[in-house]
Design a protein around this ligand. Structure first.
Ligand SMILES: *[C@@H]1O[C@H](CO)[C@@H](O)[C@H](O)[C@H]1NC(C)=O
Ligand SMILES: *[C@@H]1O[C@H](CO)[C@@H](O)[C@H](O)[C@H]1NC(C)=O
Ligand SMILES: *[C@@H]1O[C@H](CO)[C@@H](O)[C@H](O)[C@H]1NC(C)=O
Ligand SMILES: *[C@@H]1O[C@H](CO)[C@@H](O)[C@H](O)[C@H]1NC(C)=O
Ligand SMILES: *[C@@H]1O[C@H](CO)[C@@H](O)[C@H](O)[C@H]1NC(C)=O
Length: 545
């Protein structure tokens, strides 16, 4: 009986987010008086029209009904409130999983990761709710896109440890939460793209449906991004003495919380730093300057073969705080042969810039996890899915090099350069490669040419249903297979992903043998993937929150 009423209660919470007393009053009144015939649609008509923009329409309508929704912006705010209220409940459920996990290392780790990323989700949803009244819809979309991704990641992490009733129930709760947040994001996208006439709103479309967002760079020169020259170091790091700190992490810890709109510049001098570095959510505007690729080296070897470590935790260097910048560094993960997922660099830093940096690993080298990231003149080496995540990232003038597998490299292999993980068509994420070189390392190319038939490399494969990746003006060397792209498993995502190419050169760029589910980007839409349009890079300022 007790179990039954708890279940009933939680079911109730799914469908009816707790409305305030005045909302209930409003709701009640509206039901007594049928909608009058006027130009203005009634609240329930407005909800029905607006929810037409979402993927989970019934969930949308039932969740919004208790709120006063006088206009499209209020509907969006209500949808965000529903999402945030349920997120708080999810956080407490995950806390209970952690408390019950005593001693189970896998459950403990999954719960801890969930707690961290659900906190990030709450932060992004709150920032969105604050931004919308300022008319800041593009940032709102970017932040809610991430808020949604984190909720999914929590669900996904629990899947591997789903062996208690509590975990199973939390997963269904998260599943509904993901629906609420997806709906809020779809509503924002409709408002941004289709305008405030809800009668015209339709579910989110992608390039595969023939839909492109507005693309011209509004006059003037296209915006450029980079690490500013001449930054003065606030602190120094070296191994030999005479610096402020001897580890990178100590220097990061010294950065003031929230940054207050100013940068904190850390100069890491030539040397090898064997450590795990974490730049937390509150460490904003941290800048790490090294003495050059191959000179300042930050190295680690965490990998998923170790107990209680998931892909997210393996990063040698992991950044969450916004406005992160780095240049002149090598970041590597040297996990041994057959180690599987082992990340060198992971970023959840919105408006982050990495320039002249080198990322070395094998499987999963660069985890461009979420939000908006810009990589300029970087060098990225790996083999399996070595650039992956669900961020909106532009890679400009980068060298992307396949390196040999660690075990039996001469036997041949199949590699995907990217595995983009967009889960929802309203998410504003994707990987964009501009003017990059896709090649193998010298060692790999020797292996390749000794037996090209067994060494297969593809531009990407769909980790998640709405995976999006484009190559524009890149040099695709011979190692890229004529098919260009490879499936994940069976026909998963092949109808929903978007894989586009435009203006590439090199032997691997020949489009005649491409898989039918890849696309040429129409010339008049190439600008959709520019720094300004795709990352809002013309509005990047120092973060101060
Ligand atoms: C929802 O969209 C469909 C198709 O665009 C349209 O026929 C229908 O009238 C819309 N419903 C509402 C309530 O606006
Ligand atoms: C944790 O997961 C690993 C890898 O899946 C597994 O080998 C191990 O048995 C699990 N440990 C527990 C306590 O469930
Ligand atoms: C898992 O949760 C779902 C939804 O709450 C429920 O229908 C199902 O019976 C549960 N399964 C187990 C094995 O507990
Ligand atoms: C969790 O595991 C149970 C038992 O194997 C399974 O019935 C249930 O569908 C799983 N729950 C989810 C949400 O995947
Ligand atoms: C690609 O790598 C091969 C082998 O190292 C090299 O010969 C070739 O010049 C590289 N391509 C470019 C454009 O650098």
């Amino acid at each position: 009986m007790a179990v039954f009423s708890i279940l009933f209660l939680s079911l109730f919470v799914f469908i009816h987010p707790t409305p305030s007393a005045s909302d209930l009053h409003h709701h009640h009144r509206r039901r007594i008086h049928p909608p009058s015939i006027k130009d203005e649609p009634s609240s329930s008509d407005l909800i029905r029209q607006a929810c037409n923009a979402t993927r989970y329409q019934q969930l949308c309508e039932s969740s919004l009904t208790p709120y006063p929704n006088r206009n499209p912006m209020e509907i969006i705010q209500s949808a965000l409130t529903v999402s945030s209220d349920n997120l708080r409940e999810a956080q407490s459920k995950v806390q209970s999983i952690l408390e019950a996990a005593s001693g189970n290392i896998n459950q403990t780790n999954a719960a801890k990761n969930c707690i961290e990323i659900l906190h990030m989700s709450a932060y992004r949803l709150k920032s969105t709710a604050d931004a919308l009244p300022r008319g800041d819809i593009k940032n709102g979309r970017a932040w809610t896109t991430a808020g949604l991704a984190y909720q999914y990641d929590c669900w996904s992490g629990l899947k591997y440890v789903n062996d208690t009733k509590m975990i199973n129930e939390t997963m269904s709760f998260l599943n509904t939460l993901i629906g609420y947040t997806s709906n809020a994001l779809s509503l924002m996208m409709a408002y941004d793209v289709l305008g405030d006439q809800t009668a015209s709103w339709t579910p989110p479309k992608t390039e595969r449906d023939g839909f492109w967002e507005a693309g011209g760079d509004a006059g003037g020169a296209a915006p450029q991004l980079g690490v500013p020259a001449g930054l003065k170091a606030d602190v120094t790091v070296c191994k030999s003495g005479g610096c402020d700190y001897s580890t990178v992490q100590e220097a990061v810890n010294a950065a003031p919380d929230w940054g207050y709109g100013r940068r904190f510049v850390i100069w890491v001098k030539t040397g090898v730093y064997e450590e795990t570095v974490r730049v937390g959510l509150s460490k904003q505007n941290v800048v790490v300057l090294g003495d050059g690729m191959g000179k300042t080296v930050i190295t680690g070897s965490l990998n998923v073969g170790q107990p209680g470590i998931s892909t997210y935790n393996t990063a040698t260097f992991g950044v969450v705080g916004d406005g992160f910048m780095a240049s002149g560094l090598t970041i590597e993960n040297t996990a041994g042969p057959d180690a599987h997922q082992a990340v060198a660099f992971r970023s959840d830093s919105d408006r982050s810039i990495l320039e002249n940096c080198e990322f070395l690993g094998n499987q999963d080298t660069l985890y461009a996890h979420s939000l908006r990231q810009f990589y300029k003149s970087c060098r990225i080496e790996g083999n399996v899915d070595f650039i992956f995540g669900n961020s909106a990232s532009i890679f400009q003038d980068c060298a992307i090099l396949v390196r040999p597998r660690q075990l039996n490299p001469e036997k041949g292999e199949t590699n995907a350069v990217t595995a983009h993980g967009r889960i929802d068509p309203a998410q504003s994420t994707g990987f964009v490669f501009q003017n990059c070189l896709i090649n193998g390392t010298e060692e790999y190319m020797r292996l390749y040419y000794s037996n090209p038939k067994v060494h297969k490399n593809y531009l990407g494969r769909p980790w998640k249903e709405f995976s999006r990746t484009v190559y524009i003006g890149c040099k695709l060397e011979a190692l890229i297979a004529p098919q260009g792209w490879m499936p994940w498993t069976g026909d998963f995502a092949l109808q929903t992903l978007y894989y586009g190419e435009f203006g590439n050169s090199g032997k691997g760029s020949d489009l005649s043998g491409r898989v039918t589910w890849s696309s040429g980007i129409p010339e008049d839409h190439v600008n959709v993937y520019s720094i300004g349009n795709f990352l809002q890079g013309d509005q990047w300022r120092l973060t101060s929150s």
